[in-house]
Design a protein around this ligand. Sequence first.
Ligand SMILES: *Cc1c(COP(=O)(O)O)cnc(C)c1O
Ligand code: SF4
Length: 364
Amino acid sequence: MGYQKEAWVTQLEESVNTLEKLQAYVTVSPGEKKGIEEAEKGHVRWGTTPYFASLMDPEDPGCPIRRQIIPSVLEKENRYGVENYLAWKENRLTSETRPDCIARQYHDRIAFLVTDMCAMYCRHCFRKELVVVREVRFRFDIEEGLQWIRDHGEIRDVLVTGGDPFVLSDDKLGWLVAKLREIPHVEMIRFGTRTPIVLPHRITPGLKEVLSGYHRVPIWINTQCNHPGEITEQTARAVYDLLSCGVQVGNQAVLLKGINDDTETFRALHQKLLSIRIRPYYLFYCEPAPGIDHFRTPVEKGAELIRDAIRGHTSGLAQPMYVVATSIGKIMLMPYYSYVEKNDREYTLRNYKGEITTLPNIPD
Ligand SMILES: *Cc1c(COP(=O)(O)O)cnc(C)c1O
Ligand code: SF4
């Protein structure tokens, strides 16, 4: 009876995370080589699965997938990034004491950080200080986090994240789901995982067993896909398998300069997500974490893209909510163009094409 190692474990073990391994996939440019040397000098994590690496354009260093994977010397620059970003963003400097693994911005829900490992170390990661650069270290004491949730009856929604929680084993995830479901005030469990995109092999029969079945406490998943080139037949299959477990799959894209900030790519991304049954949820403005200035656009860009590429131009289901995540919660940056004016009689409204209409103003 041989024990067969699952493909996803092999994918993680064979992570493309050295110059030598990368050269099997792409012609590494001098700039990329420098970026990798700098990263390695600073003990900065980088790398992805062989599967995701194979989606890179071998000859174009500007390839949108390549730019998310390969470190850049620009990560050393930090004109606009906020120092000690994560501590500020996750309200870790306030008087409320919480375990390291609990990030809180809202009354009824929290982010539960269960690992700092990922299948891919995205260059634009907003938890970069913890996950990629690792100058911030947390204690990932899951028992301690569970106890904190048990002690806080107001928490009805637990968002399990990291890092990427799906790098944990089926047994560990099954145990975590069971423990959360034992807590009477927990009404839903969410996982934030990039594995459907960077490691679709992770959605194994074993994991499906963990996730499936009718239960009082549903499981929701949000993944992160930033470019239509990240979607393959394998992604489609993984998403279908998740849905067949009763698990909805949403997307949280990050607005990335030169990667998905043109109308054509942006529309193709959101249409392709729907074509494989992923519902766009958020478009995140690229947060002011340190060392990712080169990925950031002006704030208006996201709303303009929704106006010019999605709203009215294609299926309404394709439209994500455009937000920026801040220390006081996520803030909507949506269609600033909608309201033109208001008087006692009516509102004047503008659509995606700039056309004007009116709506009666009903007194309260
Ligand atoms: C993003 C986030 C949530 C979930 O926010 P939703 O808008 O409900 O998706 C909860 N807690 C923290 C700390 C978060 O960062
Ligand atoms: S998968 Fe998420 S947590 Fe991991 S590096 Fe990418 S953005 Fe950061």
